[in-house]
Design a protein around this ligand. Structure first.
Ligand code: FE2
Ligand code: FE2
Length: 133
């Protein structure tokens, strides 16, 4: 398991917490498939990861837009950086089918990114939004 639910901080907005829990579940399944070097499974879960990450980011961006959160631009820029990294990872995967590259990305980059991103940007955004959604 790459991430336990408790590794990612709870924020003061329930919808965001739900998005994070869903993402942890999918990312763990993705990591399991990469560690098991199950090419077919990685292929299959990669589609779910792309869909889920986009749903997570765009839902938060819409919430920020609706509430006029002052740092929406910086928060979105952090999402865009991760969007690019995942797009890049997918291009490499389609070319090389190397599960080790997925495993390294998840362990060395994504895990730390999500923990820090939620602690820094999502928690502050959630505080500004409250739980009115
Ligand atoms: Fe988030
Ligand atoms: Fe975020």
């Amino acid at each position: 398991m790459l991430l336990a639910v408790k590794d990612v901080q709870k924020v003061s907005n329930m919808e965001m917490n739900m998005l994070h829990e869903e993402e942890i579940e999918i990312i763990n399944a993705f990591h399991d498939a990469a560690v098991a070097k199950d090419i077919e499974k990685v292929d299959e879960i990669f589609k779910a990861v792309e869909f889920d990450v986009e749903d997570h980011f765009s839902t938060e961006e819409q919430m920020m837009e609706e509430s006029g959160f002052f740092a929406a631009g910086i928060h979105k820029a952090e999402h865009d950086t991760m969007r690019k990294k995942i797009k890049n990872l997918k291009e490499n995967w389609d070319r090389d089918k190397d599960p080790k590259a997925i495993q390294h990305f998840l362990e060395d980059e994504f895990k730390h990114w999500i923990v820090l991103h939620v602690a820094r940007w999502d928690s502050e955004t959630a505080m500004a939004l409250g739980d009115s959604m």
